[in-house]
Design a protein around this ligand. Structure first.
Ligand code: PLP
Length: 442
């Protein structure tokens, strides 16, 4: 079994032996390394230069068209014309910071909040998911007067200092910060212990709360990505988060749902938390919110935001500027006009069925999970242990067949299947046939 994988190590170009690459590509890589240095991260054994996007496709510099099943940022489709023209029209009219009255911004906020349960009626806009989670942590500390946070073992919530501390998958080395407690993602522990996903997750959160309280740090909040994407994608059974939310509330803490990955329809419902029939205290948003235009947000109860603002208040120069609002508004239009949430359900179900058939055919597929158009497929070795090398080989072989997919999970052995929501049954057929060919050849 391979060891725990840092998130940025998954499907990473390692810069090692470049002798198999063309002279032109080697030159580009050297130029990039000389400017971006050690922080440069690229995908694939042979990095790709992309120049255009359209719907579910990405086109590289040689004109090769790839089926993109990797990318949940352009969630309504790459370069969607309605979103592009909304951004262009607003940029041509006015783009300023956020301290003037602005009708596009206010109208967008009201429209977006209409998609949330009653009580979650305040929106603060940011530029990234990391900023949104950073603010969520600050709100939770202000509301509870405590500083302890609970996250899942392979969580990723972003890149600010505070958020990196609650993102164990960011670092392969540093120990968990003293104010952070880790719990296993719902299914891993539950499968090992015989199946009570909801009960076992709630119990482990309860133990972590007790530990934080005993340490004197105190419990502020549990923050979970409601599809558990970096943990390996755990969606079922729907409803399993409810007992945990009750335990969090009984302990006086807040439940933060990170919707940066599952939000805006991907799992077949508008929000990942809706599948669990819960109302979180704070919801954080990002990636698909602007279909590629950088925007994020925090949705919470007015009393929580007021409590936070009594001490500091919040201002973000670019968060919620009018161009961002135009992008966000256009995304909501497309989700409705093209029925994309229903498509995530129906085409997602079809794709999952196809993956289950492959599982029956290929014993190295250890499991298929997910919801809507966010699916995970585990690879295991002959002994049934996670097989990261196989996942990596399949990802690179699929790339040769012009299909892009990613990896996830503690051991990096889970194929992360997450196409734009305009993905059709024909695209699903193309993917399943290519995956079958790759597995036959493995
Ligand atoms: C679940 C989750 N939360 C937050 C973030 C951070 O978002 P951003 O990269 O926009 O700061 C990510 C990014 O991958 C994420 O997957």
């Amino acid at each position: 079994m391979s060891g725990t994988k840092q998130i940025l190590a998954l499907n990473r170009f390692d810069g090692g032996d470049t002798s198999g690459l063309s002279a032109g590509l080697r030159e580009r890589l050297e130029k990039r390394a000389s400017t971006f240095g050690a922080a440069s991260v690229l995908f694939y054994e042979q990095p790709i230069e992309m120049v255009r996007g359209n719907g579910v496709h990405l086109i590289d510099v040689a004109g090769t068209r790839y089926l993109d099943m990797y990318n949940n940022v352009p969630s309504v489709g790459h370069c969607h014309p309605h979103v592009v023209s909304a951004i262009a029209a607003q940029a041509a009219r006015l783009n300023i910071h956020t301290r003037y009255l602005s009708r596009p911004v206010e109208d967008y906020a009201a429209r977006l909040l209409g998609h949330f349960p009653a009580g979650l009626s305040n929106l603060t806009m940011t530029c990234t998911g990391s900023e949104a989670n950073d603010l969520a942590l600050r709100i939770a500390t202000a509301v509870t007067g405590k500083n302890g946070f609970i996250v899942t073992r392979t969580a990723y919530h972003g890149n600010t200092a505070a958020v990196t501390a609650i993102s164990p998958s960011s670092s392969s080395a540093s120990p968990t910060a003293p104010h952070v407690r880790l719990v296993d993602a719902p299914s891993r522990a539950s499968i090992a212990a015989g199946g009570d996903v909801a009960g076992l997750f709630a119990q482990s959160v309860q133990a972590a709360i007790a530990d934080l309280e005993a340490s004197g740090i105190g419990f502020a909040a549990l923050i979970v990505d409601s599809i558990f994407s970096s943990d390996g994608i755990f969606a079922d059974p729907a409803g399993f988060l409810l007992p945990t939310m009750n335990i969090v509330h009984e302990a006086g803490g807040l439940f933060i749902a990170d919707e940066v990955q599952p939000g805006f329809g991907r799992t077949g419902t508008m929000w990942g938390f809706s599948r669990h029939d819960i109302t979180p205290d704070i919801v954080t948003l990002g990636k698909p919110m602007g279909n590629g235009f950088p925007m994020g947000g925090v949705v919470t109860r007015p009393e929580f935001l007021s409590c936070f603002c009594r001490e500091t208040g919040y201002f973000n120069t670019f968060g919620g500027n009018p161009v961002a609002a135009a992008a966000g508004d256009a995304v909501l239009d497309v989700l409705e006009d093209e029925n994309l949430i229903a498509n995530a359900r129906t085409t997602g179900a079809l794709l999952r069925e196809g993956l289950e058939s492959l599982r029956a055919e290929f014993p190295r597929i250890g499991g298929v999970r997910g919801a809507g158009l966010f699916l995970g497929l585990d690879f295991c070795n002959e002994a049934g242990a996670p097989d990261q090398a196989m996942a990596s080989a399949v990802i690179n072989a699929l790339r040769q067949k012009l299909i892009l997919v990613g990896a996830a999970g503690q051991y990096g052995h889970t194929l992360k299947i997450r196409p734009p929501l305009c993905f059709t049954p024909a695209h699903a057929g193309q993917f399943l046939e290519s995956l079958r060919q790759v597995l036959r050849a493995a």
